[in-house]
Every structure is written in structure tokens, then in C-alpha cells.
Design a protein around this ligand. Sequence first.
Ligand SMILES: [Zn+2]
Length: 164
Amino acid sequence: MQKLDRVNRILLCRDAARRLQALACTCGVEVGGFILGYIDGDSGVSMCYQLGCNVAEHPRIEFLVDPVTTLKVSELADEKGLEVIAVIHTHPSGHAVPSARDASGMAVWRVVWVIASCMGELRAWMLERGGPIREVEVVVEGRDCGPCIDGEVCHSNPCYHLAV
Ligand SMILES: [Zn+2]
């Protein structure tokens, strides 16, 4: 985790960025998930992404990734020697800046938070240890990395199956 403190940029694979941005506008609720990867210098390098179901009480304005997806992603990270380098989610309305709820979540998941808005924004943020939230540069790469888990972990999200 300490290496993450030095991250100034996240290299996001193309399919993860596209899917997140498409879902920000096509899904009426927030969609959330994770990116597995590794830290190289001051960059977070994505190796795969995984979306889950949003099981929050008010999914239009907040998100909570279902516990099965969260557990499986953590296990997979351990198996493959990767880290959860980012939490990803969408804002169907509003800008791609952390909400008050996001700020609370950032204190728990001290990784990069990537937010896609329906306004076409794709931005990333990180809570400094003992400090403010700072912006992290997003670089969308030309490569696709694909979902972390074959098949679908969560079937109840109405937007999970939307192809983009
Ligand atoms: Zn949010």
C-alpha cells in the first residue's frame, strides 16, 4: 500500500475506460468495481478490471460493490501477485469528482479512485495519508486488458450485461 502513496498517474486499459464511460450514461445507477495491477515507479499499471453489483441502499447516488466480487478480486490479487490499485465507479449525474460518500470510502480503500461521469469525464483521485484528496492523472492506453474473472460474478445488476 505504501507504494501507492507515490502514484501520480494511472495507466488505464482501453476496454476498462470505455466500459466505465459507457455505463456512466447508459445505467441509471452507479456501477462500481476494481482494477488489479501493479505499481511501476509513480504509475499504477492496470492488468484487468472487474465490475460488480452495486448493493448500496441508494444506488443512484452511491455504490457498494457486492461482497462476493470484492472477495474474489482480493483472492485473485493474492494468487497472481497483483494489487488492487484502483476502485472504479460511475457518476450517472454530476461530475467525476468524489462525493462526500466517496471521500469516506477513500479513507477505507486507500487506492486510486477512478470516476467516470456521464459528461464524458474520466478522472482519478487519491486521499493523501493525513492530507487532502489529490488528483491523479489518467492515461488511457491503447491496449485492452479484459475482466479479471472469467464469466460473471454478479448477475443482479441490471446494467452489468450492457454491452459496450
Ligand atoms: Zn462517487
